[in-house]
Design a protein around this ligand. Structure first.
Ligand SMILES: CC(C)(COP(=O)(O)OP(=O)(O)OC[C@H]1O[C@@H](n2cnc3c(N)ncnc32)[C@H](O)[C@@H]1OP(=O)(O)O)[C@@H](O)C(=O)NCCC(=O)NCCS
Length: 172
C-alpha cells in the first residue's frame, strides 16, 4: 500500500456491485456515515442505473480511488435537477480505514470541487458532518468550507446523541 499506487477515475456501470459492497463495508467501519453496515440504500441494479445516469450528467458525479482493482475511497456530488436548487451539490466522501492519512480523502474532495467549478451549474457545495468528526472537519476547513449551522442531537448512536454541523463552500 503506497499512495503513489492509488489511481483516480470515474466509475463504470459494471463496478456497481463492488461499489455497493464497498459502501456496505464502510457503514460498518465508520460511525460517520449516515448508514450502518449493510444498510446502504441502493441495490446493485439501482447503483448500476445511477452510474449510467452520471454519464454526461451536468451536476452529479462520482470519483473512485483505487489500489489496483480494489476500491479504497470515493467522493460524490449529488444534486437535484430542480431549477431553483440545481446549483447546489452535496458532497459525499469516504476512504477505507486502512488507507486513512495518505491524502486520498483530500484528493477525492479536491477532484469533486474542481469538477463542480468546471460544470457551469454548481455554485454551492454543502455537506453535513458529525461535530466530533475532527478529521473530516479539518479537511473541509482546509479546502475553504465554512460552518453554516448546527443541527442539535441529529444523530443517535448507542443511546448517545451527536450534533451535526452544516458546512458550505461557495464557488461564486
Ligand atoms: C474523512 C476521511 C474521508 C479523510 O480521509 P483521509 O484519506 O484519511 O484524509 P487525508 O489523508 O487526505 O487528510 C487527513 C487530514 O486530517 C488531519 N487529521 C487527522 N486526524 C485529525 C484530528 N483528530 N483532528 C484534526 N485533524 C486531523 C490530518 O492531519 C490530515 O490533514 P493534512 O493533510 O492537512 O495534514 C476519512 O477519515 C473517512 O473516510 N472517514 C469516514 C467517513 C467520513 O467521515 N466521511 C465524511 C462524512 S462528512
Amino acid at each position: 500500500m503506497n499512495k503513489n499506487n492509488i489511481t483516480y477515475r470515474n466509475p463504470m456501470p459494471e463496478e456497481a456491485e463492488k461499489i455497493v459492497a464497498f459502501y456496505n463495508r464502510m457503514g460498518g467501519e465508520s460511525t460517520f456515515l449516515s448508514f450502518v453496515e449493510d444498510e446502504y440504500p441502493l441495490s446493485v441494479k439501482e447503483e448500476e442505473d445511477y452510474i449510467r445516469s452520471l454519464e454526461g450528467n451536468a451536476n452529479n458525479v462520482m470519483f473512485l480511488a483505487l489500489d489496483g482493482n480494489e476500491i479504497v475511497g470515493l467522493s460524490t456530488i449529488t444534486s437535484t435537477h430542480k431549477i431553483k436548487s440545481r446549483h447546489e451539490g452535496e458532497l459525499g466522501i469516504v476512504v477505507a480505514k486502512k488507507y486513512h492519512g495518505q491524502g486520498i480523502g483530500t484528493k477525492l474532495i479536491r477532484m469533486a470541487i474542481d469538477w463542480c467549478k468546471g460544470n457551469d451549474v454548481t455554485t454551492r457545495i454543502h455537506l453535513d458532518v458529525s461535530a466530533d468528526n475532527l478529521t473530516a472537519i479539518s479537511i473541509y476547513l482546509k479546502l475553504g468550507f465554512i460552518m453554516e449551522g448546527c443541527l442539535k442531537n441529529q444523530t443517535l448512536i448507542d443511546g448517545i446523541y451527536y450534533d451535526t454541523y452544516v458546512m458550505g463552500l461557495m464557488l461564486k
